[in-house]
Write a protein that binds this ligand. Structure first.
Ligand SMILES: *Cc1c(COP(=O)(O)O)cnc(C)c1O
Length: 401
């Protein structure tokens, strides 16, 4: 008798939407190269361009402004690397502006690219965040000068769900002659996103976070914005990204977007309700918990919580034994078990950061799943805390008494 399985790691990836699977299964027959001029090629081209229109319209963009890329990570690498290019005069008008401002809580694909550019001589400034994960606007004003070519701030954080004031940030960037990029991988399809409302020049999205396939993303590039391809060698994507198009992925992404258009609003309401039940339930049944992220400006699907005295990895593994899949912010994949850079940036102690888990919900999550978590989690935390010699109930306070 197998027990219940509950997937609560939607911010890591999502299952394919059944409609996406159907679309892709049919599209597998269509093998033509969209660059070919015969009927096989023309059929593929027509489908790719139709998909481009669908995806572009979903974020308020024109189809000419949308470049299909291999992932969200590639889109982010492309934009940041433009400014390594700026020093080489690839993008006229930006000579001397190879500086980048980004934040301490970005996805590793932004942070590591920034670091690499810094080593190659670009100026990179990392913005601090407050305890809720929101950036410091005064510091942004202070950092903006005429060496800065790009400001890159994520719309919604993948670990703690905090949402930034992207439009305000764009305006400040533009006032100082810089371009604006946002990594909206966690936001597109989970909240209304319009590139004109946000006033951004570049925006990153990825299919597999919204029930589409892995290995396909899109980069929005505003009309007439300086640009330089990251992958060279072909005229695909109007010379903005070489390589034969991933037709299957592109059609899957477009179908995923169409389904988001239908399902998003109701789902957001449903998830917000479940998040509240989850939060209240945890607070009522477990001692000394700390919720991370912004209390209001936060994704309705994401709850990040710290349990001092319990290691996040232990919680994850014990929950997994009960069929529940969550994640921790630690870089355990690299074998280092560093505490989450996001939580440290919000001022969490290393202990608090180590003891945190991220519960991220999605379209298949039910209230029944949430009740199951609320049944299992208190037992798991108690068990781990009892095993931990370091944990003293009441923390340092009680220990001192
Ligand atoms: C998942 C994610 C990415 C990376 O997207 P991939 O398509 O997996 O490369 C980038 N930024 C954020 C915020 C993400 O959550």
């Amino acid at each position: 008798m197998g027990h219940k399985r509950v997937y609560l790691d939607y911010n890591a990836t999502t299952p394919l939407h059944p409609e996406v699977r159907k679309e892709m299964a049919e599209a597998m027959e269509m093998f033509g190269n969209p660059s070919s001029m015969h009927s096989y090629g023309r059929e593929a081209r027509a489908n790719v361009e139709h998909a481009r229109k669908t995806v572009a319209e979903f974020i308020g963009a024109h189809e000419d402004e949308l470049v299909f890329v291999g992932s969200g990570s590639e889109a982010n690498n492309t934009v940041l690397s433009l400014f390594a290019c700026a020093s080489n005069l690839c993008i006229p008008g930006f000579k001397g502006r190879q500086g980048i401002i980004t934040t301490k809580i970005e996805h590793p694909c932004v942070l590591e690219t920034s670091q690499c550019l810094m080593h190659r001589g670009s100026q990179v400034r990392l913005l601090d965040v407050d305890r809720y994960g929101r950036i410091d606007m005064e510091q942004l004003k202070e950092y903006l000068d005429d060496h800065i070519g790009l400001v890159s701030v994520m719309t919604a954080n993948n670990e703690i769900g905090t949402i930034q004031e992207i439009r305000e940030i764009s305006r400040l960037a533009h006032e100082h002659g810089a371009l604006m990029h946002t990594d909206a991988v966690q936001a597109v399809g989970k909240m209304p996103i319009d590139v004109n409302d946000l006033e951004v020049d570049f925006l990153t999205m990825s299919a597999h976070k919204i029930y589409g396939p892995k290995g396909i993303g899109a980069l929005y590039v505003r009309k007439d914005t300086p640009y330089c391809p990251f992958i060279r060698g072909g005229h695909q994507e109007r010379g903005r990204r070489a390589g034969t198009e991933n037709t299957l992925g592109i059609l899957g992404l477009a179908r995923a977007v169409e389904m988001r258009r239908v399902e998003m609003d109701d789902e957001v309401r449903r998830l917000a309700e479940m998040k509240q039940v989850l939060k209240d339930g945890i607070a009522a049944s477990i001692d000394e918990v700390e919720f991370n992220g912004h209390p209001e400006h936060s994704m309705s699907n994401t709850l990040n919580v710290s349990f001092p005295g319990a290691e996040g990895e232990a919680i994850l593994l014990y929950l997994d034994l009960e069929g529940i899949a969550v994640s921790t912010g630690s870089a355990c994949a690299s074998g280092s078990l560093d505490p989450s850079h996001v939580l440290l940036a919000t001022g969490s102690s290393a202990e608090q950061a180590h003891g945190s888990i991220r519960i991220s919900m999605g379209r298949e999550t039910t209230m029944d799943d949430i009740r199951y978590v609320l049944d299992v989690l208190p037992r798991v935390i108690e068990k781990i805390r009892n095993m931990s010699t370091a944990y003293v109930k009441g923390g340092a306070h009680a220990a001192a008494e």
